[in-house]
Design a protein around this ligand. Structure first.
Ligand code: NDP
Ligand code: OXD
Length: 308
């Protein structure tokens, strides 16, 4: 019985170290090392190498290294093998900090000041009170809800959108298509924290931007596939959007020469909103493996039909 980790090797070594303290009985290997494919019961993976699953006859569960699972082909996973995504405090802390930084940067015109500094221009923009800035979050899951909780002390008017109806203190919650239109009409800074699925791919498009107030800002910390790049560029050119902070792009890395690199009103970061923390993730992995071994239901299991 063993765990096979497939991801960035350096991070794998940090997982292995934390794992060996917690579960010395359960060998932890880092791909491409694999002493005996028949002994691999648990896969911890970012992307799956082609043909690997067919070589693992005793696989019991697949764990995503990250919170998202869109990087995996869900239809290729054998029926009856649970897929569990990673929900751990390091990811939550990372995204909360990143989105707070991005929302405040847009709220306080940081991109405009960076441009002005390059040109040695000393010019103040009017400070808008936070209570007059409406922040809307697409996705009210683990991350969207945590972000809203941490934005609350700044005094923004907060709203959020999810598939099923929700109720969160201090947040106007919307759901469904009508709910999306209602939220967008009253959103000055839109944050995307949706999973990438067939229903959310390309959601950040001209049709959506047209429903935002003129000059709204955008933060995409979900996935690059949520955004239609040309529609963003057109919306920035026309003034429909004022600025965008993008942690994720399609493809990643962003290719040399892509218009996002040089755009004065786009801030790009290289998918660093959050990084799974090896020590806390290893604890959660081991706890979940123990649950599986006892036959206890698992939290954060992915519903393959929904895609998240
Ligand atoms: P959750 O599964 O906890 O939450 C997803 C939310 O999105 C839920 O509220 C869900 O609605 C909503 N949703 C899904 N599909 C739709 C839809 N079609 N229409 C409306 N709402 C929808 O995910 P997390 O909060 O943990 O993570 C969200 C995403 O953040 C990840 O999938 C990943 O892509 C991204 N991420 C990015 C990171 C980065 O470094 N930039 C790091 C970690 C994650 P409902 O509640 O009704 O199910
Ligand atoms: C994740 C990510 O999904 O890092 O965890 O994007």
């Amino acid at each position: 019985m063993s765990v096979l980790y497939i991801g960035e090797p350096e991070r794998g070594r940090a997982w292995a170290e934390a794992h060996s303290d917690l579960a010395p009985d359960l060998p932890f290997e880092i791909w491409p090392a694999m002493a005996d494919p028949a002994s691999v019961e648990y896969l911890v993976v970012w992307k799956l190498p082609d043909g690997l699953l067919a070589r693992l006859p005793n696989l019991k569960a697949v764990f995503s290294v990250g919170a998202g699972v869109d990087q995996l082909d869900l239809s290729a996973l054998p029926d009856g093998i649970p897929l569990i995504r990673m929900v751990e405090p390091g990811i939550v802390e990372g995204i909360v900090g990143y989105v707070a930084m991005a929302v405040l940067a847009l709220h306080r015109d940081l991109l405009a000041y960076v441009g002005q500094q390059r040109q040695q221009v000393w010019r103040a923009h009017r400070i808008r009170p936070a209570a007059q800035r409406r922040v809307g979050v697409l996705g009210l899951g683990v991350l969207g809800t945590a972000v809203l909780g941490h934005l609350s002390p700044f005094g923004f008017a907060l709203s959020g959108w999810s598939r099923s109806p929700k109720s969160i203190d201090g947040v106007t919650c919307h759901s469904g298509d009508d709910g999306l239109a209602a939220m967008l009409a009253g959103t000055d800074i839109l944050v995307c924290l949706l999973p990438l699925t067939d229903s959310t791919r390309g959601i950040l498009s001209a049709a959506l931007f047209a429903q935002l107030p003129e000059g709204a800002g955008l933060v995409n910390a979900g996935r690059g596939g949520h955004l239609v790049a040309d529609d963003l560029l057109a919306a920035l050119d026309s003034g429909r959007l004022s600025a965008a902070v993008l942690d994720v792009t399609d493809p990643e890395p962003l290719p040399a020469g892509h218009p996002f690199w040089e755009h004065p009103r786009i801030l790009v970061t290289p998918h660093v909103g959050a990084q799974t923390r090896a020590d806390t993730a290893a604890e959660i992995l081991v706890a979940n493996i123990r649950r599986l071994q006892r036959g206890v239901p698992l939290p954060d299991q992915v519903d393959r039909d929904r895609g998240y």
